[in-house]
Design a protein around this ligand. Sequence first.
Ligand code: PGA
Length: 248
Amino acid sequence: MPIRMKLVAGNWKMNGLLDDGAALTRELKERATTASAALGCELLICPPATLLSTVGGILAGSGIALGGQDCHAAPKGAYTGDISAEMLADLGCSYVIAGHSERRHGHGETDAVVRGKVAGAWRAGLVAILCVGETQAQRQAGEAVEIVSSQLAGSVPDTAAAATLVIAYEPVWAIGTGLTATSEDIAAMHAEIRSRIPSGTRILYGGSVNPKNADTILGLSDVDGALVGGASLNAADFWAIAQSCPAG
Ligand code: PGA
């Protein structure tokens, strides 16, 4: 894989029952296996845990990767309701998201907890997609860079390497709101992040990425792909975003 091959990842969050999850996956597989031109990116789907097996089965042979939305730091044990990175790997996942703002803010996950999850992902042989991002109040207070830097310092394990780490910069105020950061702000933050992580590590942008803004965002030089929530629930929209990656 070329260094920093773009990655477009769909985070379905808590959406999808068996029928609609399978239908959406089949639509994507159909596009991936019949597209006339090769995409300029790698594609990843992160369905809810209940659909991993079904989605993974349909994706076989499509070239689209499968990922989890979260994992526990431990390989196994008395952690009711949790899922280990080993369990995700067992189902065919090659990626897992860690530290999404909906987990940091909705489940009180600290940088230390997220760091443990990233280490767990690596132990199981998965690539970790580590999410960072500031709230609106923090950006307005001029603290965005400081917040993101401290999240990186606290949640990236010392043994980080470009091949197994992806950073997703997702301003919290842009997630699910239809708001996106300006190109200048995205470029500036991605450059800041790049100065703090191993060379060659991919940095995705996330937060209301859609077919209309994808060309601009994915065209920025330090943006190595997108983490897509809402728009990943529609096959045509997700595919259109993927097609915005310049073929390399
Ligand atoms: P959104 O979600 O595209 O719906 O804003 C992105 C994310 O939370 O990863």
